[in-house]
Design a protein around this ligand. Structure first.
Ligand SMILES: C[C@](O)(CO)[C@H](O)COP(=O)(O)OP(=O)(O)OC[C@H]1O[C@@H](n2ccc(N)nc2=O)[C@H](O)[C@@H]1O
Ligand SMILES: Nc1ncnc2c1ncn2[C@@H]1O[C@H](COP(=O)(O)OP(=O)(O)OP(=O)(O)O)[C@@H](O)[C@H]1O
Length: 293
């Protein structure tokens, strides 16, 4: 095999996100549900004759050297060298980028996770899923989840994962047009860090019992993000007219659950032209799993 084309890197939504504490190293303890959705970037990998790792698509605002795709590829390349004593083939990596950066939908993390999974296969590197998750964690807190590959209840800094069943619904997602820096939200003095710990059963029974699409819990980062970034507040307010609207991750994207694709289309038709908005279906599994990567 010399190439892997059309590898999906799906987005995630945080159905709720509670900050329950802070570790000594400054990272925050979270409880969240990562919902996979069928909207994302697409990556293409082609082996080269030399050992160079190249991103062959320009991504405005993200120099090649700092791209999580290249950084993930380098990490795996070094691991292969350590294990086998030989450098694997270089790779040209192309990306069809549709996910907003700093959007809270995990675009960069998902690109990196897809890169680790695809190159593990292309290079016949033989790392286990857990080894790939451990390799990815230092690059981004959400990377282990995308490699885990199932909609999940997460704890710790997002790396302690358990599969969880979530509603088989659709989502309307609004991009408020601002980039929210994750570190600024977590660093805010106004952030509450003492939400009581919940059980996975509390989450599951909420959806078994609820008749509407009201979400479980809340996003603790939302209050800080909406104060710092008024366009996020505006999007939450607008979408609230159509359901329980909330922010995903550290923002900026705002979403609301609806029952059917037709319901999603009806809301999308009314979204003010100043915002980009899209629909997505809830997924239980990462689409790469179906291709046995
Ligand atoms: C909040 C979430 O969006 C939930 O999905 C993610 O956990 C954030 O993941 P991410 O964007 O990949 O963020 P990272 O690159 O890992 O971290 C960016 C910065 O956010 C802060 N950070 C992040 C995750 C975490 N559990 N506690 C933190 O305090 C740290 O200051 C860190 O330096
Ligand atoms: N391949 C990439 N795609 C997107 N962003 C990248 C990539 N590589 C590096 N980055 C950098 O990472 C930052 C965060 O990007 P990302 O799209 O993961 O944010 P996010 O959706 O807010 O993620 P999260 O939900 O994990 O906070 C971007 O601002 C960008 O500078």
């Amino acid at each position: 095999m010399t190439e892997l084309k059309n590898c999906p890197a799906p987005a995630k939504l945080n159905l709720f996100l509670h900050v329950t504490g802070r570790r000594a190293d400054g990272y925050h303890l979270l409880q969240t549900v990562f919902q996979l959705i069928d909207h994302g970037d697409t990556l293409h990998f082609t082996l080269r004759d030399d050992a160079t790792l190249r991103r062959v698509t320009d991504l405005p605002g993200v120099p090649e050297e700092s791209d999580l795709i290249i950084r993930a590829a380098r990490l795996l390349q070094a691991e292969v060298l350590r294990r086998t004593g030989a450098l694997p083939h270089g790779v040209d990596i192309a990306i069809d980028k549709i996910l907003p950066m700093g959007g809270g939908v995990g675009g960069g993390s998902s690109d990196a996770a897809t890169t680790l999974m695809a190159l593990n296969r292309l290079w016949n590197a033989g790392l286990s899923k857990q080894e790939l998750m451990d390799l990815g964690l230092p690059l981004g807190a959400d990377i282990p989840f995308f490699i885990f590959g199932e909609t999940a209840f997460a704890e710790g800094v997002g790396e302690a994962l358990r599969p969880v069943k979530t509603p088989d619904c659709w989502y309307v997602v609004i991009e408020p047009g601002v980039m929210v820096p994750t570190a600024a939200i977590f660093g805010s003095e106004q952030l509450t860090r003492d939400t009581p710990v919940v059980n996975i059963a509390d989450f599951s029974s909420h959806y078994e019992q609820s008749q509407d699409w009201t979400g479980f819990g809340r996003n603790d980062l939302q209050q800080v993000a909406t104060k710092l970034f008024p366009p996020v507040a505006e999007a939450v307010e607008w979408l609230s007219a159509y359901g329980d609207a909330r922010m995903t991750g550290s923002g900026a994207c705002v979403f609301s659950a609806v029952a059917t694709e037709a319901d999603a289309d009806a809301v999308l038709a009314k979204v003010p032209a100043k915002w980009t908005a899209w629909k997505a279906k809830a997924l239980q599994q990462h689409p790469l799993i179906a291709t046995k990567l």
